[in-house]
Write a protein of this length. Sequence first.
Length: 257
Amino acid sequence: MVLVVDIGNTNIVIGVYKGNELVGNWRMITKNKKTSDEYGIFILNLLSYNNIDHRKINSVIVSSVVPNVMHSFENAIKKFFDIDPIVVGPGTRTGITILTDNPREVGADRIVGLVAAYDAYGGPLIVIDFGTATTYDVINEKGEYRYGVTSPGMQISADALWQRTAQLPKIEIKKPDTILGRNTITSMQAGIVYGYIGQVEYIVKKIKEELSNENIKVVATGGLGRVIYEETTEIDIFDPLLLFKGLKIIHDKNYKK
């Protein structure tokens, strides 16, 4: 079995593949000050609780955009699983070509999402990941990644409102029944969600316009992505498991028995 892990700025998502079947997936909050023992024991307990024998894990792959946790996390895998994990980064075989100005700046999560989407749907594609930041990445029919857009995520936008204002509260991100807010909370929810729908639609349309391709397929993933997907026709496919699929594909290209 293969343990696949994506370490994001907000959450660490963990999955287990048996063959090509994802048999379980979970998430934990990303914290910079966990020790290798804390990570290792947490993962072992998680697997045990779900009746997965950790001794049957024979390979691990990790993608991360949080360098501060990698030392502890890699040591946890080595200590508790006796495995040197595959870490997605420069030199990792992915099947796509990165042709941005500085390929080393491209986050591992973006690469993983592109790999999965391109493998499933071919190119050209726009891949949107609704995470801590929302990223829009463009891959062409040859599997070349050249262009990307990065914007603040919905949670960042919501947090900025209550952190930077004296009287606005912290709110749950959900779409209110109407954009016509009748109180502070629904007015904030309307501004964030409806405003974000507008942002997504404009950015996607602008990318299509500058690429002179109105038919380019749009694939989305990420925790809050479903909220937007259900409210726009600009997103063709929503795949919440895209990063897991990408990690498994990259693993299979790099794993040496």
